[in-house]
Design a protein. Structure first.
Lengths: 375, 375
């Protein structure tokens, strides 16, 4: 059996491993494949097409077209995304948050940002509640540093803001049987009763803005596709509770710097954290897995393969805004004109500069945190 | 098959029906039978033995002797009881609350009083959350009217005070598997995920005072025996969380005015509610099932049976403080000297007077509600 065959894909809200096959996920999860009209419509409202849309980061969705249509009718629309605060934030986490900022501006939308510290505490044996809450406030600085609008962004912790959440959570929970939760999330008898309750709390955020504003407001969730089971469950009960079904737009995972897989906080050497010392981050890039040949000479002769290269992926997803430059880089790699050392050194410089800038914004976010927290 | 044989005993936190066999319950639930030393010790601290103790209302317990011992060592001890606010309060509910007032005074104890409006909402299909919360505040007036001390009593609603409760609830929930909850409460796959979570919230109150005060405070729960499954579960995890196991003292159910069974809010004609018009309540007493004979003449000849008489039970549990008078009443009933009409008329007068007084206290409680709510 080859390494590849053994590398079974597992994508659940609590675990992503193996080589992710998005076509298979789209089919398994029963979501809609992205079609060109959606990025085009979004771009028409934003004034430009976000790099993530041009690059195909968003591979599938549910009812995003409907959500845009509601905005076009002049109705308020809202956004919801979140973060499981079990560690520090890495660049992979930032992708949907940058995208939320773009959507917030384009659609003049309130964003409800959920920090699921209860879920993380309940899931990880060794994580204390104090630690999870600590990460909530620490990670919130990263969210703010992405440039979101304080007036229209509401960051909340499940544990610290529960008084705003519990009642809607109960309304959701009353509609979800254990049987359904088991089918959707694969719960079994040895799971704790907090984990079994928790989906109600993740689902309720879809209705939080509607509940607070007293009118039915379409909600779009930009998030990685591993969170889809929650929305499948939520969509089944939304109308019974008098709300619209939440819409979703699903991102790919940003690859890690190790071979295959996504960037993962559980493999710190393969992830660039926003709090990393910029020089350390640069050195992680220098040590990254690439699609290049073992020697410079072989690279010159046979060229590299950007399709399996994590360094290329970084340029692609985050660090090369210019489509023409990206295309030239790809061609130069394949032809052997570009060698990995140079390519990595340039990325390392970009990552370094990015972190210096981001960390400055993150530092400033400390004074603005309170403006962003749910009231 | 006689009516009696068909009248199978069912005692769970959500349902009590059939003829309650306390001996069987004590055995089934694995609790300790009450022994005379416990009422005596309590009385020695209170300065007198409460009528409910003299009359054997408290039939079993867990570790009540230990809890008293902790107080005797000079340690702080606490009390916890509660109410499922799904309707109006009847006299049966008041029994443990009066007893809590007695214990609060005797042991200088803080009382945490939980209104489980989340549970009631989750359990009853037709009950809205607004209704359950409405009952919380309405029922709280009854609790206060029982004479508790505002300084040492903390009434809270699961939904309205969740910010004080959720974190401890999560710590409990992380320790309880679905498997355990299923075994203890008989959950099945069609139960909603809120009900499955809820035991964590009822359990956490055992630790609430300790958590708030930052020291381990022994907790005693005076409550009807149907709530025991919660404490069985809680005792299993208490020490893992760093707390003492909660102690319990279990009350019998006050019989309803219909034949057999407890007084039940779901059978309003058999229950006297604290908000009943005193005249209506008196007329319910007049219509009560008794242990008397069909006619006055037969009663005079053969006497009645106080052992099956609900009117006698009312005197016994609540309305005849004087043990000698109660004994004479019993003897006069058995001999035929006392006939039901007279006995009921006298009770009706006592119930009427009780309600007039209680309703006045209840009215005054409206101005004091805020002093009693958990801060």
């Amino acid at each position: 059996m080859t390494e590849r065959e053994n590398d079974e894909m597992v994508v659940t809200p609590w675990e992503v491993r193996g080589t992710v096959d998005y076509d298979k996920l789209i089919e398994q999860f029963g979501v809609q494949r992205m079609t060109p009209d959606i990025p085009e419509k979004i771009a028409s409202h934003a004034g430009f097409m976000h790099m993530q849309l041009r690059r195909g980061v968003y591979i599938s969705h549910r009812d995003t077209d409907w959500w845009i249509g509601e905005h076009e009718k002049g109705n308020n629309v809202g956004l919801y995304t979140g973060r499981g605060p079990s560690g520090h934030v890495h660049l992979g986490h930032l992708l949907p948050w940058f995208f939320c900022k773009y959507l917030q501006d384009a659609f003049d939308a309130e964003l409800y940002f959920q920090m699921t510290d209860d879920e993380k505490f309940l899931h990880y044996d060794e994580l204390s509640l104090e630690e999870a809450i600590g990460y909530t406030y620490d990670n919130a600085l990263d969210v703010i540093a992405c440039g979101l609008d304080a007036e229209r962004t509401h960051i909340f912790s499940d544990t610290e803001h529960i008084q705003h959440l519990y009642k809607i959570g109960l309304r959701v929970a009353k509609r979800v049987t254990y049987s359904t939760a088991k089918a959707v999330f694969g719960f079994n008898d040895s799971d704790n009763i907090g984990m079994i309750w928790y989906p109600a709390l993740q689902a309720m955020t879809c209705f939080l803005q509607s509940d607070r504003e007293g009118s039915n407001i379409p909600c779009l969730i930009p998030a990685a596709i591993d969170q889809d089971p929650y929305w499948r469950m939520t969509r089944d009960i939304a109308e019974k509770l008098g709300y619209y079904k939440p819409a979703q737009i699903h991102a790919k995972f940003l690859p890690g710097l190790g071979r295959g897989g996504k960037m993962s906080a559980s493999q710190p050497e393969t992830a660039i954290f926003t709090k990393d010392d910029p020089d350390l981050a640069a050195s992680k890039v220098i040590g990254a897995f690439t699609g290049g040949q073992p020697t410079v000479q072989e690279q010159r002769e046979r060229g590299g393969d950007p399709g399996i290269c994590n360094v290329y992926a970084y340029y692609y997803f985050l660090f090369e805004e210019d489509d023409g430059a990206l295309k030239r880089m790809e061609e130069d790699c394949r032809s052997g004109a570009l060698i990995c050392g140079d390519c990595k050194a340039r990325l390392a410089g970009k990552v370094r500069a990015f972190l210096i800038d981001f960390q400055e914004k993150r530092e400033k976010a400390k004074d603005r945190l309170d403006d962003f927290l749910l009231k």
